[in-house]
Design a protein around this ligand. Structure first.
Ligand SMILES: Cc1ncc(COP(=O)(O)O)c(C=O)c1O
Length: 374
């Protein structure tokens, strides 16, 4: 069993992928070719944002957004410590200080109730992460940001395709940033990412930063990076977009089935040490389950048990960012963000992709029951 099965997906889209790649090989415009523009238009329409800017990764998109707002030395950006390293890393790489705020224990996303206390005159943005495929509480976060006159940059690397109150992730704040890393809900065959905004001026600046701060050929009014999306990756993504809405439906169905099977399997268990907590999806949200992640009391035992039963698992993420050696300079030791730390010790992700069969899901849940209770 694969943790994420990209081969079955390839078999489904191979005619379209191969044809799209062949077209690029024939026209030879490998950098910012027609497919990149076609994809940007398609993604902007899908998300419901005015502008889409294709980029080299979901890491570079975060940096481009921060640079576009001129965020750097002496500035602070509020974010979650319970995320992939890129979120805090790009804030620091831009020269600013990541100011971590603890998460909501049920959604694992930034807790809006804790944000206001962390705001200072140096706060220049809030960067919530839509972890595991579900948006943070964006209305509450946007309201706080509006009150303080600062932007919200959604790190939607894991939530492309998810909805929040009927709107699509990436279009629920001033800027949305996503990733097309191969294992993401919409994955390329290499690195890729995209930025979304309704703001014309900001879109222009982000587009320039993506290409060395260039506004016309060899003319550079600002600093930028080489942050472009390859035409070949855009071609792959265009082919995959044909099946993406269907895959999102499958993800939602498979996630719900997992929760039902797990809750049934553990219904009679009364000992909290032998229970499993399934994902909480807020009533006004859908999740695309970039990860299907549960909480267990004794993770090491469960990891071992699953491995012994031939079921691959992963941990997203074992060490919150404030406890990473690279952020030791922030001086926030164990106990600084108790919910992130306790969740980080308990979470475990199960195999998840749109082609997971009912039989495989039953096998995963049976292995989980034996591993937790055995
Ligand atoms: C929350 C989050 N932010 C940022 C990234 C970075 O994306 P990429 O791998 O495309 O650089 C990822 C993905 O790995 C992620 O999960």
């Amino acid at each position: 069993m694969d943790f994420i099965d990209l081969k079955t997906q390839y078999r489904r889209v191979q005619d379209s992928v191969n044809a799209r790649i062949r077209t690029v090989l024939e026209h030879g415009q490998y950098i910012l070719g027609a497919e990149t523009v076609e994809l940007e238009n398609k993604l902007a329409e899908y998300v419901g944002a005015k502008h889409c800017i294709g980029a080299s990764s979901g890491t570079d998109t975060l940096l481009i957004a921060l640079m576009a707002y001129g965020i750097g030395q002496g500035d602070e950006v509020i974010t979650s410590p319970f995320t992939f390293i890129a979120t805090g890393e790009m804030i620091a790489l831009a020269g600013a200080k990541p100011v971590y705020v603890d998460i909501d224990a049920r959604t694992y996303n930034l807790d809006p109730k804790l944000i206001e206390k962390a705001i200072t005159p140096r706060t220049k943005a809030i960067m919530p992460v839509s972890l595991y495929g579900q948006c943070a509480d964006m209305d509450a976060i946007n309201a706080i940001a509006r009150k303080h006159g600062i932007p919200v940059i959604e790190d939607a690397a894991q939530s492309f395709g998810a909805t929040y109150k009927g709107k699509r992730s990436c279009a629920v704040s001033e800027v949305g940033s996503t990733s097309f890393f191969p294992s993401k809900p919409l994955g390329a065959y290499g690195d890729g990412g995209a930025l979304f905004t309704d703001d014309d001026a900001l879109a222009k600046v982000m587009r320039e930063i993506r290409v060395h701060g260039q506004d016309r050929r060899y003319h550079h009014p600002r600093l930028g990076i080489n942050g472009r999306l390859d035409t070949l990756q855009a071609a792959v993504l265009l082919a995959k977009m044909e099946i993406f809405p269907d895959e999102v439906e499958a993800r939602i169905r498979i996630g719900a089935r997992y929760s039902q099977l797990i809750n049934e399997a553990f219904a009679k268990e009364t000992d909290p040490a032998r229970k499993v907590v399934t994902p909480y999806i807020a009533p006004d949200c859908t999740s695309v389950y970039a990860q299907y992640t549960v909480e267990v009391a004794d993770r090491a035992k469960v990891e071992q048990g699953m491995k012994a039963r031939g079921v691959p698992t992963a941990v997203h993420y074992p060490v919150p960012l404030h406890l990473q050696p690279v952020f030791a300079n922030l001086g926030q030791g164990v106990g600084s963000f108790p919910i992130s730390e306790s969740v980080g010790n308990r979470v475990i992700s199960l195999p998840m992709h749109p082609y997971l069969t009912e039989a495989h899901q039953a096998q995963v849940v049976a292995a989980l029951k034996e591993s937790v209770q055995g």
